[in-house]
Design a protein around this ligand. Structure first.
Ligand SMILES: [Zn+2]
Length: 288
């Protein structure tokens, strides 16, 4: 049995533990011309330190450059930036100072037609056969209203003592006012008549209205004017002194309920004559 093949002893354990010492000594005794792991480590550490130094310098330079650009850029950005909107808006887009007011559409002229003796116990003139004045005035007024409204006018029908008529206020102000009556039931007189108020504040306008209504009514009915019978009942008629003093107004007696009975039965013709007269006046006709 050789020494290597002899069984291990307790001293072998000690000898075995000393073996690394012999190996380290053996390493230390390696020839000096060959690089050791320590030398290699030192070389790499040296290289790493140089690389770190260079990287540090580069980072430092980069930081300085970024710092300089960062300081200069805000000024450039401010110089190149557009002016604030708040300062531009007042000069380029002036705010509206006021809203335009819509132009009101003018209303059509207002016409007031008073149906004589309507709205109360009084029926006006009365014939023996029962024909009543108020029945004629109401019928003619309503038919004339339809004619005039068809021509675009506004029309009021008023009662004899209408609440809109006030002698003190005089605040009812149509563009034309016409009271419609019929003469008494007699056979000794014939014809129609139209008059204005004695104390008219606008005699020229009232005279033209009288002329326009008289001409148109005569043309429609073929009746004649009953000359010389304009009574104070007409010229002092109450309603002419209850409308606005600047409203042209007149009163018409359509005919005599006795002798003019036939024509007074043609209500559409009477109404058309009245509508034509008022229409002509409002259109500015001289009616001469
Ligand atoms: Zn009457």
């Amino acid at each position: 049995m050789t020494a290597d093949s002899r069984p291990p002893t307790a001293n072998d354990g000690i000898l075995g533990g000393a073996a690394p010492k012999r190996r380290r000594r053996a390493q230390n005794t390696e020839p000096q011309g060959e690089p050791t792991s320590t030398m290699i480590r030192r070389v790499w550490l040296h290289r790493l330190s140089r690389v770190s130094l260079i990287a540090g310098i580069v980072l430092l330079v980069a930081a300085i450059v970024v710092g300089i650009i960062g300081v200069q850029r805000p000024a450039q950005v401010i110089a190149m930036a557009p002016a604030p909107i708040q300062t531009i808006l007042p000069t380029l887009i002036p705010l509206p100072t006021s809203t335009p007011t819509p132009t009101p559409t003018p209303l059509p002229p207002l016409i007031g037609l008073l149906a004589g003796h309507s709205g109360g116990a009084d029926t006006g003139a009365l014939c023996p056969d029962g024909l009543r004045e108020v029945d004629i005035t109401k019928d003619v007024a309503n038919r004339a209203k339809q004619f005039l409204e068809a021509r675009g006018y506004r029309v009021d029908i008023l009662a004899e003592f209408d609440k809109r008529l006030d002698a003190t206020k005089r605040d009812y102000a149509p563009q034309v006012f016409l009271a419609i009556h019929v003469d008494s039931c007699v056979f000794y007189a014939s014809g129609y008549k139209v008059a204005r108020a004695d104390n008219s504040a606008i005699p020229q306008a009232d005279d033209r209205l009288v002329q326009c209504v008289s001409m148109a009514y005569g043309a429609a009915t073929k009746m004649s004017v009953h000359e010389g019978s304009i009574t104070r009942d007409m010229t002092l008629y109450h309603a002419l002194n209850e409308i606005d003093s600047k409203s042209p107004g007149a009163i018409i007696e359509l005919g005599f309920m006795g002798s003019d009975r036939a024509i007074l039965g043609k209500r559409e013709t009477l109404a058309l004559g009245i509508a034509d007269g008022v229409d002509g006046f409002l259109k500015g006709s001289l009616c001469q």
